[in-house]
Design a protein around this ligand. Structure first.
Ligand code: ADP
Ligand code: MG
Length: 322
């Protein structure tokens, strides 16, 4: 059934997420009216998912509704900001009621869980394209910036790395998976933004980034912004049983370090705050693993068990000389 633009907005997007006290006027007028708290900084981020680029044509709309909000909340988490408001720009090839109902279900469920209210957006027709902008608050002293890592900091990651990458290998036709397939697929389709951890460790941790393009690349951003280098211990990288089995078969150590879409956090922590950090971050039901350290210099080095530097490739890892 085709809906008009206005019916569509009223049916699926006029009451999404909680009704927050700091929203004077939400969906329905020319602008939303908001009351940002005066003592906090406003953190803003936008991300777009394009059909055929970021997700396969025919992807389940409920998963898509979840994922487009999750990847944005992940950016707030990596800043130590608590999510508050969200806007949604939807470009749809046609107004399909069952697609919209599914999308709105996935989006709303995650919005409610994190107390985020949908306050406005735009709806147009064209190739399927979904843009979400999130707004969150963070106390000025509790921001987790990329440029705040210092030599001596410990590097932590949340969760496991490579599950989303393995799921992609699976759906792209190559990799057969039986045991653990469901959990691995969930991490690609329904990533869980690490908002609670990001907010909890603000003011204690130094720098943070969310892992959207692979740990090597994203930790590289922290290193460049902070003017430091990083050393990763290959054997410490947290891996699910399925990813471990995949590596044992083909030796592809590069996959969990270089494939995208994990949306875990990479956090650096001054050594003297290690215990406080761990006790704050471990309150949530998410694994936390120390994977390396920040040093002087530049670039990201990976070391194997013996402590020797290696380059990680699709075939395994090789020694290199620098
Ligand atoms: P205008 O023409 O003034 O830009 P629109 O017709 O685009 O107004 O939107 C009407 C109202 O519906 C606005 O409050 C807008 O924020 C909201 N809106 C439009 N599309 C969406 C959407 N996909 N999600 C949430 N709110 C939307
Ligand atoms: Mg408009």
């Amino acid at each position: 059934m085709a809906l008009s633009e206005f019916e569509l907005i009223r049916s699926y997007f006029s009451h999404t997420g909680p009704c927050r006290d700091d929203v004077v006027l939400g969906v329905g007028d020319d602008c939303a009216l908001l009351l940002p708290p005066s003592s906090m900084q406003l953190a803003v981020s936008i991300d777009t998912l394009v059909e055929g680029v970021h997700f396969f044509p025919g992807t389940d709309p409920e998963s898509l509704g979840h994922k487009v909000l999750a990847v944005n909340l992940s950016d707030l988490a990596a800043m130590g900001a608590r999510p508050a408001w969200v806007t949604l720009a939807l470009t749809l090839p046609h107004s399909d009621a069952s697609w919209l109902a599914g999308f709105s279900r996935g989006f709303s469920a995650l919005a409610r869980r994190y107390g985020v209210q949908l306050i406005g957006g735009d709806t147009t027709s064209g190739p399927l394209n979904i843009s979400v902008q999130v707004h969150g608050f963070v106390e000025p002293g509790k921001v987790l910036r990329r440029d705040a890592a210092q030599p001596g900091d410990l590097i932590y990651v949340t969760g496991n790395l490579g599950d989303a990458g393995l799921a992609l290998l699976h759906v792209q036709g190559g990799y057969p998976m039986d045991a653990g397939a469901e959990e691995v697929m969930l991490s690609l389709e329904r990533p869980e933004p690490r908002v609670d951890i990001g907010v909890a460790v603000g003011g204690i941790a130094a720098a943070a980034i969310d892992i959207s393009d692979g740990l090597l690349s994203d930790l590289g951003h922290i290193c460049r912004a902070s003017g430091v280098s990083a050393t990763l211990q290959l054997t410490q990288i947290p891996l699910s049983i399925a990813v471990r089995a995949y590596i044992e078969e083909g030796g592809d150590w590069a996959m969990p370090l270089a494939s995208g879409d994990d949306y875990e956090l990479c956090i650096t922590v001054p050594q003297e705050r290690r215990e406080t950090f761990e006790s704050l971050a471990n309150k949530f039901d998410v694994e936390l693993t120390q994977v390396g350290t920040i040093d002087e210099g530049s670039g990201v080095r990976v070391v194997a068990g013996s402590g020797e530097a290696v380059t990680v490739t699709r075939q395994g890892f090789e020694h290199f000389y620098d």
